[in-house]
Design a binder for this molecule. Structure first.
Ligand SMILES: CC(=O)SCCNC(=O)CCNC(=O)[C@H](O)C(C)(C)COP(=O)(O)OP(=O)(O)OC[C@H]1O[C@@H](n2cnc3c(N)ncnc32)[C@H](O)[C@@H]1OP(=O)(O)O
Length: 402
């Protein structure tokens, strides 16, 4: 038998031991500082058997941008692991149940290791991202005249002071982005070493006037594997297509590099449209990025902004959180004010809470989920009306990984 309880800092050694076994890693003493920092910010829940840690998760109190420009509290769930000798006995389920009981955030989010694990817990992919490659071997020709803005390199130390207002404007435009404090900028966005690839150089920050920036790292040619030198774009935000064009032109022009790559760009990224020759941009992959869970359906639905008035009854299935299970009326007035509360009225749509998560930030249309047989439409046109209300001008996107 195991018990579930908070994990004190004095048990961090046990957390690393468990992590190393579950994720097949060997955490070096030097790497612990940044992870200790993350754990200290988090609500830490563990499963213990005879005093030994056998299961763990860290839940970071964060705020995520939602449609309409506001933010909502959202738990960032990470470092989920169970000892391999103790899997498939409900350890993770018990830890998550404890998290839902302890915390009041209306949303929770995570990046999955395997897609199969989290659907049963009410999570679904709520933002997607593109892995994009740009040929940096020749001058970039663009269909849009790049803005005549001065570009300047800013030292990473203290760069957040310049970047934060630009990022906050981007957050207000696009749902799915996490609010950042100074420590998050310094440790999670601009650490000296890339945590996933120590072959990449230090972060470089290029700022375009007061209307855009890119964070990137470079890598020299790998003579052993013949891999060409590259520019790896961590993040690029701009207030206009012209500024975006100026930043991409700069990145493609960096000497002694032949390729500009980004593992995560929004699915409606402008780059493929901006280039004069479409062959210079390759979209290598479209991947499910942030997974979301509505842990408080009425708070989440009444908290976001809507693109059109709507009045619908949703019959929501949620086996894990009874407070979400049942019929709710979503009303959005012409002025945009939204309300959501329990009702006994007949349902217009029946859906699982995970499918609501897929639609919530504007990623997957409800009518597509109806077409897939995952959502049931009882009132003709209900899915179309809900989609019109949920519509967002920009596709949701998440830059931060945790
Ligand atoms: C946000 C993140 O941190 S993602 C990282 C997740 N962690 C890992 O991948 C590390 C290695 N794996 C593990 O530590 C564990 O297998 C966990 C944490 C994924 C699951 O923990 P468990 O205690 O076994 O889960 P629990 O018993 O509550 O639920 C089991 C159910 O989850 C799903 N599941 C669990 N592990 C897996 C898996 N590896 N592959 C597919 N489905 C899985 C299944 O639906 C399973 O039900 P079943 O046994 O009836 O098939």
């Amino acid at each position: 038998m195991f018990i579930v309880r908070d994990v004190p800092e004095s048990d961090f050694d046990q957390v690393y031991e468990l992590n190393d076994i579950a994720f097949h890693e060997r955490t070096k003493e030097d790497d612990r500082d940044s992870t200790d920092w993350l754990f200290r910010r988090a609500h830490r829940i563990g499963a213990y058997e005879d005093g030994r840690l056998i299961g763990f998760l860290a839940a970071l109190p964060m705020h995520i941008s939602i449609p309409g420009g506001a933010t909502l509290p959202c738990l960032g769930v990470t470092y989920v692991c169970v000892l391999p000798t103790h899997t498939r006995r409900g350890v993770l389920t018990a830890i998550l149940d404890r998290m839902w009981a302890d915390r009041a955030e209306p949303l929770a989010a995570l990046y999955v290791s395997k897609a199969r694990i989290y659907g049963r817990h009410g999570f679904a992919a709520a933002t997607h991202a593109l892995h994009v490659d740009l040929d940096g071997d020749r001058p970039l020709e663009l269909r849009v005249e790049p803005a005549e803005v001065p570009l300047r390199l800013v030292p990473p130390d203290g760069a957040h002071k310049v970047l934060a207002p630009l990022y906050e404007r981007a957050m207000a435009r696009r749902a799915g982005q996490f609010a950042r404090d100074t420590e998050w900028w310094e440790r999670a966005v601009l650490p000296d070493e890339d945590p996933n690839d120590d072959g990449l150089g230090a972060p470089r920050v290029v700022v375009a006037g007061d209307s855009g920036y890119a964070v990137y790292r470079t890598k020299g040619e790998d003579t052993a594997s013949d891999a060409p030198a590259l520019v790896y774009v961590v993040e690029l935000e701009a207030d206009s297509a012209q500024v975006e064009a100026a930043l991409w032109r700069y990145l493609a022009s960096i000497g002694l590099t032949w390729r500009v790559g980004s593992l995560a760009r929004p699915v409606d990224d402008l780059l493929p449209l901006l280039v004069a020759d479409g062959d210079v941009v390759t979209v290598k992959k479209r991947w499910p990025a942030l997974w979301l869970r509505l842990s408080d359906v009425p708070a989440a639905l009444s908290g976001r902004g809507y693109a059109a008035p709507v009045d619908l009854v949703l019959d929501i299935a949620d086996e894990r959180l009874p407070a979400n299970h049942g019929r709710f009326r979503l009303t959005v007035a012409a002025g945009g004010h939204a309300g959501c509360g329990r009702t006994d009225d007949r349902a217009d749509l029946s859906l699982h809470v995970r499918d609501l998560a897929a639609a919530y930030l504007g990623d997957t249309p409800v009518s597509t989920l109806v077409r897939a047989g995952l959502v049931t439409e009882h009132t003709p046109g209900a899915a179309r009306r809900l989609d019109a209300a949920l519509h967002t001008p920009l596709a949701p996107f998440t830059a931060d990984e945790f």
